[in-house]
Design a protein around this ligand. Structure first.
Ligand code: FBP
Length: 553
């Protein structure tokens, strides 16, 4: 198979482990810390996890390895959206497993959690795994979004594990997948299957983080990739001086990706969904906020700019989420057929007008027609509006355009407004992992095996002190139940890992808030350029601005 020169070079890269894991398997000992409590709802979580609740946090240290010598057969699963570095988690896991005992076996369940349920797997060997070292993507075994959450599924999983003599399962996933890992761990313990479950924190969205997990893997590479592209666009905008670029960036719900890109590039505008919700901003207010910056820049002769829009923002606009709920109800059940049978958009529009409340119809009527139609055409199998498919970059540029036209009429704006649109998402999810993600992921996988070897169940592989050089990173594990609280999901109270949204009193947002008025009106662009894999430390091992600010650096 032909491979690119960079791929060939990256195959040879040796990921860095935390100092304490560097002296070989025989010299890794475990230090137990304090017993843990869940972050909230302690009694309820303890009752739901009688076998795995309240366990101790642990760290690894240099010292004699006292783990029990037994043959390990481990199964690994990649769950959910791709994130750069996933291959290295598998490589780190494999290397630690084989270094401990060459007889140990690593199964890769294919296509996500369904691979475990369907007993669809491959067995890793050196030749196969070596092709994937330090590469992006999840194609090593594929990924999927099947949720492992029912007792029936757990029973099937236990059967499959028994069949192959599996001693542990490693689930590489986001907050939902790791929540399910904790439930599976409890099930395996309660049924005395002898199978351990370890999770690894993955998602480019950056919303799986808390006082224990400093960041999920993939966030570093994905945001660097988007920031490179946004920086290039800024330079183009500043050269041609004729376009406003509206750039939507991925992040299903939280705005960590958008905020990090704004900190990296100092774009003129960045919406932060959490702030939109907090201030209960309407679409018109958001448009007015952006139009203000456009008008002020136009006064200085700058009819160009860059605005970053987080993927999930419309769901955080209160009036818009009410509209979505009403549309979902309007077309529930048989009413969808009635609607679909209407021949023209005009007839459909009348049907919508009659079915919505006056407030929601007013919101609807102000949307560009393409977005109006999107709300009724692109629906999921349950008939619900697919909010993630709404082209919010186009929605906001259209609203800004209309706002500026009004300003033109009353003589408060004389500039030119020409908008271009971009969506950066999939471009960043499978990039070659940055050195940070390559090292972090390899360490997470290696560490996951050490947790297995020392007999832990229901733990998340934890590597911390991440803004420092890898030598100073701290390796250990945290019971997943510690990160859980009860939340209402689909009408039921469920134990879940809390999703980390952008904190408006957190340091990254505060820094952004302190600077954004200047960035909006002046041209303060910074150009991060492409991720560097080889060269001086200060360009190859840059931590994210988010992590650096959170750490007070
Ligand atoms: P995970 O939470 O599974 O990591 O996925 C996050 C994400 O990349 C979001 O940023 C995006 O909204 C979504 O996946 C897209 O999902 P899909 O790959 O199914 O289109």
């Amino acid at each position: 198979m032909k491979i690119s020169p960079l791929q060939a070079a990256r195959l040879k890269y040796e990921p860095k482990l935390p100092g304490m894991l560097r002296n070989g398997i025989a010299a890794i000992c475990v230090k137990e810390g304090e017993a843990t409590q869940s972050v909230a709802d302690q009694e309820k979580i303890a009752a739901l996890f009688p076998n795995t609740y309240g366990k101790k946090e642990i760290t690894f240290e240099k010292g004699e390895n006292t783990s029990e010598a037994k043959k390990q057969v481990v199964g690994v699963i990649l769950s959910g959206g791709q994130a750069p570095g996933g291959h290295n988690v598998v490589c780190g896991l494999y290397d630690a497993l084989k270094a401990t005992n060459p007889e140990n076996v690593l199964y890769g369940f294919k296509g996500g959690p369904s691979g475990l349920l369907e007993d669809d797997y491959l067995i890793f060997d050196d030749e196969y795994i070596n092709q994937f070292r330090n590469t992006g993507g999840f194609d090593i075994i594929g990924s999927g979004r099947t949720k492992l959450e029912t007792e029936e599924q757990f029973a099937v999983a236990a059967e499959v594990c028994k069949k192959h003599g599996v001693t542990a399962i490693v689930i590489i996933g986001g907050d939902d997948s790791n929540t399910n890992a904790a439930v599976l761990a409890e099930y395996f313990a309660a049924h005395e299957t002898g199978v351990q479950v370890i999770g690894c924190p993955k998602t480019i969205d950056g919303d799986l983080k808390n006082e224990d997990i400093e960041c999920s893997f993939g966030f570093d590479t994905a945001t660097k990739t988007y920031s490179e592209l946004i920086g290039n666009i800024e330079r183009d905008a500043n050269s041609a001086k004729k376009y406003w670029h509206f750039v939507k960036v991925m992040g299903r719900s939280a705005s960590h990706v958008a905020l990090e890109c704004a900190l990296e590039t100092q774009a003129n505008i960045c919406l932060v969904s959490e702030e939109v919700a907090e201030k209960k901003m309407s679409l018109a207010q958001i448009a007015d906020y952006i139009a203000d910056a456009v008008a002020k820049r136009a006064e200085k002769g700058m009819n160009f700019g860059v605005a970053i829009i987080p993927e999930g923002v419309v769901e955080f606009v209160p009036e818009f989420s009410v509209l979505i709920k009403e549309i979902n109800e309007l077309l529930a059940g048989a009413k969808a057929e009635e609607f679909n049978a209407l021949a023209s958009w005009k007839e459909k529009y009348d049907f919508i007008e009659k079915g919505l409340t006056a407030e929601s119809f007013a919101v609807f009527a102000n949307l560009p027609e393409t977005v109006q139609q999107q709300l009724f055409l692109d629906r999921d199998p349950h008939g619900n509006v697919q909010v993630s498919l709404i082209e919010s970059e186009k929605l906001f540029s259209a609203l800004v355009k209309a706002n500026l036209e009004e300003r033109k009429k009353n003589g408060t704006y004389k500039g030119k407004f020409s908008a271009l649109h971009h969506f950066f998402g999939y471009e960043g999810r499978c990039a070659f992992p940055s050195n940070f993600d390559a090292d972090y992921c390899y360490s997470l996988g290696y560490n996951a095996f050490m947790l297995i070897q020392y007999g832990y169940n229901g733990y998340l592989s934890k590597i911390s002190n991440l803004s420092k050089p890898a030598e100073e990173w701290v390796a250990g594990g945290m019971p997943i139940t510690k990160m859980m609280n009860m939340e209402r999901r689909h009408g039921e109270d469920k134990p879940v890992i809390r999703k980390a949204l952008v904190e408006l009193d957190g340091k990254p947002f505060k820094y952004f808030e302190a600077n954004r008025d200047t960035w909006a009106v002046e041209t303060c662009y910074t150009y991060p350029g492409a991720i560097q894999y080889y060269g001086p430390d200060e360009v190859c091992n840059l931590t994210t601005r988010t992590l650096a600010l959170e750490k007070g650096e």
